[in-house]
Design a binder for this molecule. Structure first.
Ligand SMILES: CC(C)(COP(=O)(O)OP(=O)(O)OC[C@H]1O[C@@H](n2cnc3c(N)ncnc32)[C@H](O)[C@@H]1OP(=O)(O)O)[C@@H](O)C(=O)NCCC(=O)NCCS
Length: 170
């Protein structure tokens, strides 16, 4: 697979030229996000390290994380897709999305994730999970719009915010 999408959006695999955009996403992350997922004070991951990540990325579980770009202009907006689940109580792949701040609140995350959900169903997955910090109102809203429900299971974290587990039956 190289690309799929919706009327407005193209979802495609990563190219080395995506390193700068990917690093910008890291630079924009909320300070409450755990430090290992934000840029360090001395600038890591660097552009070269981002390029290395792209080169070795294997799109597992399928379809993996996909770059989301606007059809027509080709502007890269963010990424959306599936990652390995991070919660021991479930084996469901996790839905993940991350968009540049300049493009928030245009419905892009919901639209891209709907496409990922369709593809997940076609690939034979029965459920998807998603983990989200309790403070992340926008993400919780996107997941609610997509039909994810709170399982009530959560990991308490006073530093980064409680991590909630949501699930959707496909
Ligand atoms: C979460 C994220 C992907 C949402 O992307 P997006 O393209 O703006 O999402 P959408 O436009 O499809 O939907 C956003 C919804 O949240 C709502 N929303 C946004 N900020 C909000 C806030 N502070 N309070 C209440 N609702 C809010 C919007 O109004 C919209 O809902 P609506 O359609 O009912 O009006 C984006 O904010 C992001 O990239 N955040 C950083 C990364 C992240 O947190 N990823 C998720 C980790 S679990």
């Amino acid at each position: 697979m190289t690309a799929s999408g919706t009327e407005r959006l193209l979802l495609r695999t990563w190219q080395s030229g995506d390193a700068a955009f990917h690093r910008q996403l890291w630079a924009e992350r909320d300070p409450r996000v755990p430090a290992h997922r934000r840029l360090t004070h001395d600038g890591h991951p660097s552009l070269t390290e981002m390029e290395d990540w792209i080169r070795s990325y294997e799109h597992e579980p399928a379809p993996g994380l996909l770059v989301v770009q606007r059809r027509g202009s080709g502007t890269v907006l963010g990424y959306c897709g599936l990652i390995e689940n991070s919660v021991s109580s479930t084996e469901d792949p996790e839905l993940a999305f991350d968009f540049l701040r300049a493009f928030w609140n245009h419905g892009y995350a919901t639209e891209a994730a709907s496409e990922v959900i369709n593809r997940s169903r076609a690939l034979g997955y029965r459920h998807l999970s998603s983990t989200v910090r309790a403070w992340n109102t926008a993400s919780l809203r996107v997941l609610a719009k997509l039909g994810f429900v709170d399982t009530g299971e959560q990991e308490n974290d006073d530093v980064h915010g409680d991590l909630l587990l949501l699930r959707k039956t496909l």
